[in-house]
Design a protein around this ligand. Structure first.
Ligand code: EAX
Length: 325
């Protein structure tokens, strides 16, 4: 009997001592994404998590949950606001619903190459827009990359905007995408990414558009015959942390996260570029028929989106506070 008490007391003592150690002080940051485990977002999120674990001596653990397990991109941003989720790496697709100025980055044919994207996103404009996030309960740890988006469909090869006529195409949940596809003569249907594979399989929609890295990792080649390299949108991504979670971290931990995020961003941009270089051929090998349309007629067809009153108002159009109401 005495022996039993002794063991219990020893165990309690050990727990008290251990209580001060990192094992017990551990902070878990759940990080959700919409894409498949092999996608570049998740590779970058794991990379980020490893840097953070190393530099905090294991005090902070980033747990990555891919494939919309924790909800759609929009749901996850809402989770960040509520404090039910700590982090997400998301496209800017749903972000205009939270900070309307983000719609600027959703405009078609806005950037001609990656260098101009990075200059704008990492420079003053990207910083000013990211600075609006804390007012709605979220913080940006940097602009990552989804990539240049291309159109896939199950009906026909796309060579000119005319080939888009009547195509039922899934788009992300923002009016800029809807307006763009309407301007091309297609019938857009906004839908969360997690529902897309099934919608393509069941022919609820004929078409979708995404960067090659998403198309390939989601195996859309199983349900889409045609791939048109339109590059009509540059789709940024953003690494977000809940403001509630952010405030529980020490200044030192915040610094570690900020630095690790910048490194993970650079890493992700590299693997994204590599994906773009390799995956057109990989999709062709999987049986997709690839076209490389002249982009000029597509850009001309969607120019009207830039002057749509709702878009101009959201982005600012002289009234910097327009979107905050
Ligand atoms: O962020 O919804 C989409 O099509 C996005 O490109 C995808 O979820 C990756």
């Amino acid at each position: 009997m005495r022996r039993k008490w002794f063991i219990l007391a020893a165990a309690l003592l050990l727990m008290m001592v251990m209580g001060a150690s990192p094992v017990f002080a551990k902070t878990v940051l759940k990080l959700g994404t919409s894409t498949q485990p092999t996608h570049i977002y998740n590779q970058a999120a794991e990379y980020f998590g490893k840097l953070v674990a190393d530099r905090t001596g294991g005090d902070i653990e980033v747990q990555v949950f891919p494939a919309s397990q924790l909800g759609s991109e929009r749901d996850m941003v809402e989770g960040l606001q509520l404090g039910t989720l700590e982090m997400t790496l998301t496209s800017t697709g749903p972000m205009g619903n939270f900070v309307p100025q983000v719609k600027l980055f959703n405009l078609p044919f806005l950037f001609k190459d990656r260098e101009s994207c990075y200059r704008v996103l990492d420079g003053e404009i990207g910083t000013q827009i990211a600075d609006r996030f804390p007012a709605v309960g979220i913080r940006s740890l940097g602009w990552f990359e989804n990539g240049f988006r291309n159109i896939t469909n199950s009906k026909r090869p796309i060579n000119t905007p005319e080939d888009m006529a009547g195509l039922k195409i899934r788009v992300m949940e923002d009016d800029v995408f809807i307006l763009t596809m309407k301007a091309l003569g297609a019938s857009p249907l906004p839908m969360a990414f997690g529902e897309l594979y099934t919608a393509l399989e069941q022919k609820t929609v004929d078409a979708q558009e995404n960067p090659l890295a998403v198309i390939h990792s989601s195996r859309f080649f199983e349900v889409q015959k045609h791939l048109a390299m339109t590059g009509h949108f540059y789709s940024p991504a953003v690494l977000l942390i809940s403001d509630i979670a952010w405030k529980t971290l020490s200044p030192e931990q915040q610094k570690i996260l900020t630095e690790a995020a910048a490194e993970a961003r650079d890493y992700e941009r590299q693997i994204s570029l590599k994906a773009d270089q390799e995956l057109e051929a990989a999709c062709a090998r999987e049986g997709m028929e690839v076209t490389n349309p002249d982009k000029a007629p597509f850009a001309a067809a969607v120019a009207s989106v830039y002057t749509e009153p709702s878009v101009v108002k959201a982005i600012g159009g002289g009234d910097a506070e327009a979107g905050q109401k």
